[in-house]
Design a protein around this ligand. Structure first.
Ligand SMILES: Cc1cc2nc3c(=O)[nH]c(=O)nc-3n(C[C@H](O)[C@H](O)[C@H](O)COP(=O)(O)O)c2cc1C
Length: 369
């Protein structure tokens, strides 16, 4: 399976690969399996603590649980101690379940940066070099880096980080084309990303602000990056990958059209129902497996409550823009069981079907479908 990674360099140069970004709290095996079936080349696990892995803590290892039917996955780790991260990389490699190991040097959350990991590493390229080198020495798997442009617009650090990654033997670099100070908002700086791609001797994966065919094409055309990584736009919307793949296969940049009411979903309702329930079932299987396999601290939640809690954040996004989704959003915390989820989904889809039958679709352009 690790041969998949080489498609980054051997893809023939036509179009970029499409990847699902790591997202803590979201990209578990269930979401990854759904996205993989929509054209993603590989996905990333949730962010996982290297210390916890090195210490063999089950409460950390369960985050790396994979599903048999999901596609290729990269393990995404954080930490700042070279020795510990080397040990963690070795252990992750031994599982045989991953196509590579990615180091996080971009997470701005205080709990992570306080220990010197995540975005704190951006200020210390030599440490990035040391951590990556230790990881590369410890495993046969490709090791990669995911980082940002720098701490703030007046402190661009990405070229030092690229240099550190290349010297350490990293096999690719993912650049979230924003500064730490921007967190997740504001336009990505594609001009700086393009310069990174020009200078890099390893493949460059572009990330930040890719949420449609148009933004995918713009990122590819303006930067020439080898792969595009999508994060937030994929939550409750795995179709985004199919749309982008189709548009690249067609070989033509999409026309930019202003569509009145385009914030609304125009997805086929059966497609939403099927995919949403497929995701829900996958989540159920994953939670049951984790419960069986790992000795986790006793949870106050029943298995069904755990399912509802995990799935709520996906649920709203699947139904976003449909009639009644606003009401659902306000009452998300009232959902307590799988049956509650299913009846909320059916009510929302029924409302939308009624709305469309009454001509709610009129006024949309044909290419909205
Ligand atoms: C809820 C959430 C969780 C995230 N967790 C991680 C993470 O664990 N590791 C990481 O490198 N980036 C994480 N990110 C950042 C994304 O991977 C991505 O870099 C960022 O959202 C920009 O991409 P986008 O504009 O397509 O959303 C997270 C983002 C969100 C919204």
């Amino acid at each position: 399976m690790s041969g998949v990674f080489s498609s980054l360099t051997e893809r023939g140069g036509a179009y970029p690969l499409l990847l699902l970004a790591p997202m803590a709290g979201y990209t578990d095996a269930a979401m990854r399996a759904v996205c993989s079936s929509f054209g993603v080349t590989w996905t990333y696990t949730e962010m996982t603590n290297g210390y916890g892995l090195a210490r063999g803590e089950e409460k950390t290892w369960h985050l790396l649980e994979t599903a048999e039917d999901e596609g290729p996955v990269m393990a995404h780790l954080y930490g700042q101690d070279p020795e510990v991260m080397g040990m963690a990389a070795g252990l992750v490699g031994e599982t045989g379940r991953f196509i590579g190991i990615d180091l996080n040097a971009g997470c701005p959350v205080h709990k992570v940066t306080a220990s010197g990991a995540g975005a704190a590493l951006i200020r210390d390229p030599e440490r990035v070099y040391a951590v990556l080198s230790a990881m590369v020495r410890a495993t046969q798997l490709p090791v990669t880096l995911k980082t940002r442009l720098g701490p703030s617009p007046d402190r661009v650090a990405i070229f030092e980080l690229l240099d550190a990654a290349e010297r350490a033997g990293a096999r690719a670099i993912t650049v979230h084309a924003r500064f730490t100070s921007q967190r997740h908002s504001g336009d990505p700086h594609l001009d700086i990303l393009a310069e990174v791609k020009r200078r890099a001797r390893i493949p460059v994966i572009a990330n930040g602000g890719i949420y449609s065919r148009t933004t995918a094409w713009r990122t590819f055309q303006e930067t020439g990056c080898d792969a595009l990584m999508v994060a937030r736009a994929a939550i409750g919307n795995p179709w985004v990958f199919g749309d982008i793949v189709q548009s690249f296969q067609a070989g033509e940049p999409p026309r930019e059209v202003h569509v009145p009411g385009s914030g609304r979903s125009h997805r086929d309702l059966d497609a939403i129902r099927q995919t949403l329930y497929r995701h829900l079932e996958a989540e159920k299987r994953l939670l049951a497996r984790v419960r069986e396999k790992y000795h986790l601290p006793e949870s106050a939640l029943t298995p069904e409550e755990a399912l509802v809690t995990t799935f709520r954040c996906h649920l709203f996004r699947y139904l976003h823009g449909l009639q009644g989704s606003g009401h659902l959003r306000r009452h998300l915390l009232d959902l307590k069981s799988e049956a509650d989820i299913r009846s909320a989904v059916e009510a929302c889809l029924e409302n939308e079907a009624g709305f469309r039958a009454k001509g709610g679709e009129q006024g949309r352009l044909p290419n909205e479908k």
